[in-house]
Design a protein around this ligand. Structure first.
Ligand code: ZN
Length: 381
């Protein structure tokens, strides 16, 4: 039981201090504990414990009853959450040290722990999956070895002798420093909650990483990993079948496909450009009429080409057949009284299409043969 020593109301919350608390406030990247507050005349949820000038304030949402100064209440910790955060926190110590082994310029920025997926924000020139896979392997090897996790209280002088100690010395006000050791592997000054040995962490799985700017990265990881591993493995097994290759070659195969697609696109664009260069015209009532069918061209190239051609007493009609639709692009040179949008409208209404535009440019789709559409436009000129 704990006694309420200070109490105020903020909106629909109580802010309470107790003579003693089991709730750990947020700090060092570990979010606050949560739980319930209970007495014979009150029931409420403890949302957040907050450090407040040497005391700890508790944000409480009442469900039933009222609180008063001097009340004796029962504090109930959400142990499932505390346990997950403890495993995450210990996993973070282990994973960061493991990454340091393979990423030589690695520096810790900050940590954001979460029950499901936590984040480590770091500085480094370059991080690759290859480095992270090695770090993950090392971390999981340390877990299998079940190394003890030991809490030390050292003076600043003693702490200074520890090689590779992670510490933000300017932030430490206490005489004795609490140092967490993963036996013979890692030393870190820390006030959070930790497992007793590495096996309690479970597993470490880096789920994703991404650059957050020049020389900085966000690395995400989980400690409950089995479901994620099965999900990821589904993708691998499906890809193996689609690509008809072995697991080890999936990445290289996809990279090859991507490169191939890029170069094909480039070639298509060049081809389209050269083909569109040679477009003949007929004269319809003294107007140059350019009409041509294309198969699956880049729309932008055709629009550009059409507007280039419609300089002087000319009308252009390009039909682009793609897998899904038949596009019609119409341009009219400015010196003519014809209206591209009204030509398009008459074509699309006749051939079950839609679209729109302006006097000199219109675009839409239709369902008919190329000849039918071109004949129709010719009649409208
Ligand atoms: Zn810690």
């Amino acid at each position: 039981m704990a006694k309420i020593t200070s109490l105020k109301q903020e909106n629909s919350f109580y802010i309470a201090e107790f003579d003693d608390t089991i709730f750990r406030p947020s700090g060092g990247g570990q979010p606050s504990d949560t739980g319930m507050i209970k007495s014979s005349s009150f029931f409420g949820e403890m949302f957040e414990a907050i450090k407040n000038n040497g005391t700890i304030a508790h944000k409480i949402k009442p469900f039933d009853g009222k609180l008063n100064i001097g009340d004796e209440v029962e504090l109930i910790l959400n142990e499932k959450r505390r346990n997950l955060l403890t495993r995450m926190h210990t996993g973070e110590h282990l994973l960061f040290k493991s990454m340091e082994h393979f990423i030589k310029d690695l520096k810790l920025d900050k940590v954001a722990l979460d029950e499901d997926e936590s984040k480590i924000l770091v500085f480094s020139k370059e991080i690759t999956w290859q480095d992270l896979f090695k770090a993950e392997e090392l971390a999981n090897m340390m877990i299998r070895e079940n190394r003890p996790i030991i809490e030390h209280l050292y003076t600043k002088e003693e702490a200074a002798k520890l090689e590779g100690l992670r510490i933000k010395i300017d932030r430490i006000k206490e005489e004795k420093i609490r140092i967490i050791e993963i036996e013979d592997f890692d030393y870190s000054a820390c006030s959070g909650t930790h497992c007793h040995s590495t096996k309690d962490i479970g597993h470490v799985l880096i789920t994703r990483f991404n650059s957050t700017g020049t020389g900085s990265y966000e690395i995400r990881f989980k400690v409950n990993v089995i479901e994620d591993l099965y999900e990821m493995s589904k993708i691998t097994r499906e890809l193996r079948e689609v690509l008809m290759t072995d697991d080890g070659k999936i990445t290289a195969t996809v990279k090859n496909l991507k490169d191939g697609q890029e170069s094909m696109k480039k070639q298509m664009r060049e081809l389209a450009k050269s083909a569109a260069d040679k477009i003949g015209h007929e004269l319809v009532k003294d107007i140059k009429f350019y009409a041509k069918e294309f198969a699956d061209y880049e729309k932008e190239i055709l629009i550009k080409k059409a507007s280039e051609l419609s300089k002087e007493k000319s009308i252009v009609a390009f039909i682009n057949r793609t897998e899904k639709t038949q596009q019609l692009i119409i341009t009219v040179s400015k010196d003519l009284s014809h209206d591209a949008s009204s030509i398009l409208k008459q074509v699309t209404s006749k051939f079950n299409g839609k679209g729109g535009g302006k006097k000199d440019f219109a675009m839409g789709s239709f369902t008919a043969t190329t000849e039918e559409v071109i004949d129709e436009i010719r009649k409208l000129i």
